[in-house]
Design a protein around this ligand. Structure first.
Ligand code: DAH
Length: 339
């Protein structure tokens, strides 16, 4: 067909529009391109018609032909199937669909156990206190009635980080800091990391966590300690849990005890976890030694108090039935996701 008039260009535009709208595949698109926009395409061939026209006609026809070609070129270049989709045209993107799930983290099992312990004591009126991981020899040992060369220092294999500085071997030094800072009555619970130079195995690690407790007031007695620990055990383990208190030794308490809870797995009948004894050791405790009070400026004639310290890992291992303590520190998400 010959295109020489403005009307014929109009018909051409309609034909091109209809074909453009019908494009349904890459092949269609390529066919369209060759037919209209290729080197020998209809829209490029239009210039040939100009030769037979008067200058007047040439002007109007040429302008119309140009704008027609440009319009088709632009639409073709911007077509969605060329990856140029505008938001409304692109059916591959629906802004009303829900987004991809964003995986939320969760609390570390040790944090969960610590929070449970802290909450139970908070319910009994204890406030929370913290101390530094790197301690002076004074707070970690001396103020706790362990002078230099005291044999009890051997109970804890210590990381020395300086002449007088250690990584704390227990949370007991926080007791000293609390008593220095506050006047009795004091009821404080002190969670934190502790460090011991122990061989790493399934049962022990060079770093672990403890929760320390301290209650100082007039007339605090050993039965207050028993009642508090029993109330804790019944909330933390099982409402019928029994506890057993055995004599022990710690330099910072007198008398000193160790506390066992009835094995909550076998209910005291004996199993592999409690080594057939029916009991699990959970903490050390005792009545605060007068020398410790003196070191903190608390009058031992006026005040008495009890203290205790328990490991968090041990409770977490037992509660979750985990058999290797190292799993807590490896941060393997396959392990952590289970809590
Ligand atoms: N600090 C002791 C330890 O790490 C545990 C302990 C025992 C803490 C008796 C106390 C206590 O507060 O009274 O082995």
């Amino acid at each position: 067909m010959e295109y020489t008039t403005i009307e014929s260009l109009e018909a051409l535009r309609n034909a091109a529009d209809a074909e453009f709208a019908a494009i349904a595949s890459e092949q269609d698109a390529e066919g369209f391109r060759l037919k209209y926009l290729g080197k020998k395409g209809i829209l490029r061939d239009l210039v040939k018609s100009l030769g037979s026209m008067s200058p007047e006609e040439r002007k109007t026809f040429g302008a119309a032909a140009n704008s027609l070609r440009q319009g088709v070129e632009e639409r073709f270049a911007a077509a969605p199937w060329r990856g140029n989709a505008s938001a409304e045209e692109d059916l591959g993107f629906d802004p009303t669909l829900p987004g991809y799930p964003f995986p939320a983290g969760s609390l570390h099992p040790l944090s969960k156990i610590r929070n449970q312990i802290v909450e139970i004591f908070a319910g009994m009126g204890f406030s929370v206190a913290y101390g530094p991981d790197a301690e002076s020899d004074y707070y970690n040992f001396q103020a706790l009635n362990m002078p230099p060369l005291h044999p009890a220092r051997d109970m804890q294999d210590t990381f020395y980080i300086g002449q007088n500085a250690v990584l704390r071997t227990h949370t007991s030094p926080v007791q000293i800091r609390v008593m220095e800072a506050q006047k009795p009555p004091i009821r404080a619970i002190m969670p934190g990391r502790v460090y011991r130079n122990e061989e790493i195995s399934a049962r022990s690690y060079c770093m672990f966590h403890q929760v320390e407790g301290l209650y100082v007031d007039e007339n605090v007695s050993f039965s207050d300690l028993k009642g508090t620990l029993l109330a804790f055990s019944r909330q933390f383990f099982d409402e019928n849990t029994k506890i057993k208190i055995r004599p022990s030794f710690f330099p910072f308490t007198e008398p000193s005890v160790e506390v066992d809870v009835e094995c909550f797995l076998c209910k005291g009948n004996g199993c592999s976890i409690c080594k057939q004894s029916g009991w699990l050791e959970i903490l050390g405790a005792g009545m605060v030694h007068p020398n410790v009070f003196r070191a903190c400026g608390v009058d031992p004639e006026k005040y008495t108090g009890f203290a205790f310290g328990m490991g968090i890992e041990r409770s977490a291992l037992l509660k979750y039935g985990i058999d290797d303590i190292r799993l807590f520190y490896e941060n393997d998400v396959r392990f952590l996701r289970q809590f």
